[in-house]
Design a binder for this molecule. Sequence first.
Ligand code: MN
Ligand code: MN
Length: 398
Amino acid sequence: MPRVSRRNILAAGAAGGMLTAAIQSKAQQAAIRGPQNPDLTRSNPDSFSPPVTDHGDTPAFKYSFSVAHNRVQEGGWARQVTVRDFPLSTSMAGVNMRLAAGSIRELHWHLPAEWAYMLYGQARITAIDLNGASFVRDVGVGDLWYFPSGIPHSIQGLGPDGCEFLLVFDDGGFSEFDTFQITDWMAHTPRPALAKNFGLAESAFADIPKHELYIFPGQVPGPIANDKRAAEHDEPVAAREFAFALNLQEPTKRTRGGEVHIVDSGTFHASTTIAAARVTVRPGGMRELHWHPNADEWQYYVAGEGRMTVFAASSRARTMDFRAGDVGYVKQSMGHYVENTGNTDLVFLEMFRTAQYQELSLANWMAHTPPELVQAHLHLAPGALESIPHAKQVIVPM
Ligand code: MN
Ligand code: MN
């Protein structure tokens, strides 16, 4: 059955009476008559009415920040998608965080490395590198940062309206709510030890917090030059560059169907454990059939609507629908493609726990294999194989 009429069956369940008699009778057979969650059904049309090529038992490769628990504090909030809620996502976990202007994600560190993408507003990030050199940067929408395992850091919302960002950790079991925080450590160290460590009187610690702060309100900081100078103590030393301006990088590939920016340790040298691609697919376009030989893919949908089909071998294929705020996951080497199903640009991020971005394209493989050999398998129409582009497309137009 063609997809359009299958969609009409779904629509008939909600609209009813709008279709021809023939389709109507099919609609009555197929429409949902029992209990349902209409919002979820509407936003997941390819689950109830999958393409006929979908088959078999493939685990769900979608979760959404919209159903994640939100840790709300004065000054901001944070919600996470980890392997606990999304069992497929063993190699990476994600956090979506909002900080009001001036609010601070407190000075902390953690075991996994942290890769970040700025979604909204402006933030000031700080860290030190392994030589103790100070790092202070302001970041805006589309900027990245990467803090290696154990490197201590902070994030603060700037004016006028703070910031929102996505964090990706190179461990699916990580919890953002379980990190090493400066206030927590101080609160659990005896005052005499603190006094000895810093060469201060015990009274200097009379007002330190008794519990961790995690996120707390603060004042919007002054000019970055002042913060840098104060942190460097007028002895500027070039620290490791932990930030990267993705928008200043030319697209790695641009076609009529969209564009892709690839960023890994080859361009963003600090980012040794996370490689990424930002993909923009125009309406009607498609991220081509491909796979990644070296890592699982953790996806975050930034804008628009799309659907992804994953081919899991042994007759198994499944299609799921995605929109802004959703998370997708594709196991290493499973074939997949992503279609824009909306009327606006589909923008999503692909992250991989690896130093080097790698992908293989089905069309590229076929174009660089002896044609008689390909034809012995596929029996394409005469001339079809020759017209497949020889160069990798990445994103194909409508
Ligand atoms: Mn962190
Ligand atoms: Mn992919």
